[in-house]
Design a protein. Sequence first.
Length: 68
Amino acid sequence: MKPDSPLLKILACPLDKGPLVLDEAGGALYNPRLRRSYPIVDGIPQLLPSSGVPAAADEPTVESARDV
């Protein structure tokens, strides 16, 4: 998935329905509010609530996610 993909504007977290941030390095979509990552497998975001994993401590913070 590319950072300028129009799909990123409409994808939402399955838990809080808020926007997600693309984490290209980790190959995932990141929710900074809940600190959860959703993997992208073969170009398809896995957006089931059960597929989200708690983010590591080195994930972007809410402040840095807003700058993206």
